[in-house]
Design a protein. Structure first.
Length: 307
């Protein structure tokens, strides 16, 4: 097998590692491309292409994350990962772990970790790498990596919800939720939302956004029931779609251009959190991006006409 063939076979794994470390589709793709350039230019023949490429993409991602942390501290409003519609890496034996590890909630928990802790956690807990290979990847001793893994696992466990939804139940609930939104069904929405439901979005200051998170059953229900039917009247659509391994949706304008994505946290039979990504810089990999400001003006006019 040639180097090109080896790399192409491992590309899905490399992207999945980089995305979980970085929380960015574009940065993960860049990290994978840089990994290929280093592999192509390396005169030595590695004992294992998988070990070499995984170590390389991990080191590159750690370096990128260190510089990205500064930018994220200056980010306007809440910062969310770039939405991922489909994880290219599949492992039937670890499908549940892979899906959970790429959720918005999990990626936001990973933000609490240092870059080294994050890389060690991803390689060990998500992809089941040996500590020998992890030590090579992050250039630390095996003992140090074991300690980093313990620290990272403790931080992650502290933030995880106590109850998780059955996947089939979760998907059925999401379908009911989006149907209720389309119909402006207040009672239907209230049956599905938690009493302290949170709705929060990431616009980066570049798209319409809530002034602050909307919290509570009444406020979130009122907003959803009023806004979504008006979006439909302007020709906008929403499609149910898995986002970061969880139930979610993609909202589009009348021309099919992406306006934002929604991801739902569903626990204990209720929707606990609705996270929207509105920043156009984070949506380009999903297709042509619409003008959210123009859509908002149309929705506002539609609401005034209906009053």
């Amino acid at each position: 097998m040639t180097r090109t063939e080896e790399f192409q076979e491992l590309r899905p794994l490399l992207f999945s590692i980089a995305y979980r470390i970085l929380g960015s589709v574009s940065e993960a793709e860049d990290a994978v491309q840089e990994t290929w350039l280093r592999y192509e230019g390396s005169p030595a023949e590695p004992r294992s292409a998988k070990a070499f490429l995984s170590a390389t993409v991990s080191r590159i991602s750690i370096d990128v994350l260190r510089s990205a942390r500064v930018r994220r501290e200056e980010y306007v409003g809440p910062w969310f990962p770039e939405p991922l519609l489909a994880d290219p890496y599949e492992d039937p034996e670890r499908s549940a772990e892979l899906a959970d590890s790429v959720s918005m909630a999990a990626l936001l928990l990973l933000e609490r970790l240092s870059p080294l802790e994050r890389a060690v956690f991803v390689l060990r807990e998500v992809f089941a790498f040996s500590f020998r290979d992890i030590a090579s990847a992050v250039e630390r001793s095996e003992a140090a990596c074991r300690q980093l893994a313990v620290q990272a696992r403790r931080h992650m466990d502290e933030g995880r919800p106590r109850f998780e939804a059955d996947r089939r139940e979760r998907d059925r609930l999401a379908v009911r939720f989006f149907d209720a939104m389309r119909e402006g069904d207040v009672d239907g929405l209230q049956e599905l939302l938690a009493a302290d439901v949170h709705m929060v979005g990431d616009s980066g200051g570049k798209a319409p956004q809530l002034a602050r998170p909307v919290i509570g059953l009444e406020k979130v229900t009122r907003m959803l029931a009023a806004f979504i039917p008006m979006l439909a009247r302007t020709g906008g659509t929403m499609e149910l779609h898995e986002v970061n391994g969880q139930p979610g949706g993609i909202f589009r304008d009348r021309d099919g251009r992406v306006l934002n994505t929604w991801a739902l946290d569903i626990l204990d039979g209720r929707i606990q959190t609705i996270r929207t990504v509105n920043n156009p810089d984070k949506l380009g990999h999903l297709g042509p991006v619409g003008d959210a400001w123009a859509t908002l003006r149309e929705v506002t006019e539609a609401r005034r006409s209906a009053d």
